[in-house]
Design a protein around this ligand. Structure first.
Ligand SMILES: [Zn+2]
Length: 488
């Protein structure tokens, strides 16, 4: 039988505030275990939480980017469960009155061939159930400590770090759609500067709910929740593995057990973690130590108006305003700093097409060679813009410019300085070019004879000789015109 996958996602995004959500402790990553803790985030009796305004502001930006409706009143709730890294015995989260609900994303997604090459982009509307605010738990350490063989350790530095939990409807039908959504979300949150979006460091964590049903039917099958997918690759592999496992089991007449499973990256398999049938009853109730979170409609409107341009809008604008191809616009807008850099080069040079070519080809190659990111580029947008302008003015040829670019990158010098160091720019002097062209003609009588006898393909030979004599610096257009005239 043919099966269709039904996939929903739950994503935890760590909001990049400097301090925790309910206390003033630092959220810095990698500090000595338990050094960033206090009475509040270690759950001491009587300690009272105070909400971090910045965390709310960041959550609001994230919610608005997903077109969610921010509730004018939302409520914090206690989610009760025991775990060694949760000292209070409950997590402060949100339950029946969450921060925001009912959003949509028009996702740019694509079907891919077996090698993962895009066949065709298409838009798919994904419904977002909610985004709510909650605190993170601490971390149990089972490895790498002095007595790890016999003991487990707890580090509470992460306890109380602000999270936005984003829950989607089960609208994805393939692992590629899920992949494209998480990419979209990651790019957007990083653009907004509200989350670092680093899955490997755990500040963007993804759970996937996966079920299958026969193609053409509406009823959902029993779903399996795959927890803690901490890379894009694992997300895809785990989903694909589950689709296959559930399809084969259903074919054999087996019942799919509703349960939580974990991805084992070494064996490329999912394993059951705990059964949902004996799942926790979290006994949510309103957090008595925090008042409801209240906004006026005017405040929400003010936040909406202060949203910056998001990646999708920027991409569409680049296509429209600069006449770029969709693929080029996608690369340029993938990172806000790169998009800003390109716009500056385009503005200074007055030539967007050339600017995009130089950024996408030469600059990105140099960055890659030097393992730099765009903010570390020794060639500023100003410098590259001026270089593109010199090419347009005919001061340097496109060919020389490639060497100029490398020299600029290595020395941090301006385009004019680098050109000077490389022995000057393009030769635009008619008299000098005419002298060189005449010499090429007089030293190659045989080719001249053949050319005049009708072998016009030889014209390229003469151009090549002039270029050789000038180390490629002859102005190509002038060289062409001169040779045509001299060869009659
Ligand atoms: Zn604290």
């Amino acid at each position: 039988m043919d099966y269709e996958a039904v996939i929903g996602l739950e994503i935890h995004a760590q909001l990049k505030t400097e301090s925790k959500i309910f206390c003033g402790c630092s959220t810095r990553f990698g500090d000595k275990p338990n050094s960033n803790t206090c009475a509040v985030c270690t759950g001491q009796p009587g300690a009272l939480p105070v909400l971090n305004r910045k965390a709310v502001e960041y959550a609001a930006k994230a919610a608005l980017s997903l077109n969610l409706n921010i509730n004018t009143t939302s409520i914090f709730s206690r989610k009760n469960y025991f775990y060694p890294d949760l000292p209070k015995g409950y997590q402060i989260s949100q339950f029946d009155r969450p921060f925001s609900e009912k959003g949509t994303v028009d996702l740019e997604t694509a079907d891919r061939d077996k090698e993962g090459h895009i066949e065709q982009w298409r838009l798919k509307r994904i419904n977002i159930t909610r985004l709510h605010i909650e605190e993170d738990a601490g971390k149990s350490l089972h490895e790498g400590m002095p007595e790890s063989a016999t003991k487990s350790y707890v580090d509470l530095n992460r306890s109380g770090t602000p999270l936005a939990e984003i829950v989607t409807e089960p609208d994805f039908r393939s692992s590629w759609e899920a992949f494209d959504f998480v990419q979209h979300l990651r790019r957007t949150l990083v653009y907004l500067d509200v989350c670092d979006g680093n899955m490997e460091e755990g500040n963007l964590r993804c759970d996937a709910n996966v079920s299958v049903r026969p193609v053409g039917t509406q009823k959902f099958g029993n779903r399996v929740e795959i927890k803690n997918l901490n890379s894009f690759r694992f997300l895809q592999r785990a989903i694909d593995y589950e689709i296959k496992r559930q399809s084969e089991a259903t074919d054999k007449g087996e019942r799919i057990v509703q349960e939580t499973r974990l991805w084992n990256e070494r064996e490329n398999k999912t394993y059951p973690m705990r059964s949902k049938e004996d799942a926790h009853d979290y006994r949510y109730f309103p957090e008595p130590d925090l008042p409801p979170l209240v906004f006026s409609a005017a405040e929400i409107e003010r936040m909406r108006r202060s949203m910056p341009e998001l990646p999708d809008a920027k991409r569409d604008r680049f296509i429209e305003q600069f006449n770029l191809s969709k693929d080029d616009a996608l690369v340029l807008t993938n990172q806000r700093e790169l998009a800003d850099y390109f716009e500056e080069v385009a503005r200074i040079s007055g030539n967007a097409k050339a600017a995009s070519n130089w950024v996408l080809n030469e600059l990105l190659r140099e960055l890659k060679n030097h393992e730099h990111n765009i903010t570390q580029s020794p060639v500023s947008a100003q410098m590259l813009g001026e270089m593109v302008k010199l090419i347009g003015a005919g001061t340097i040829s496109g060919k020389i410019a490639k060497d100029v670019m490398v020299r600029m990158y290595e020395t941090g010098k301006t385009a004019l300085e680098a050109t000077e160091e490389l022995g000057g720019g393009q030769i635009n002097d008619t008299a000098e070019l005419e002298r060189i062209a005449a010499e090429v003609i007089s030293t190659n009588p045989k080719q001249v004879e053949n050319y005049k006898a009708g072998k016009i393909a030889l014209f390229g030979f003469f151009v090549g000789q002039v270029m050789k004599a000038t180390q490629g610096k002859a102005n190509p257009q002038m060289t062409n015109d001169l040779l045509k005239r001299l060869l009659g």
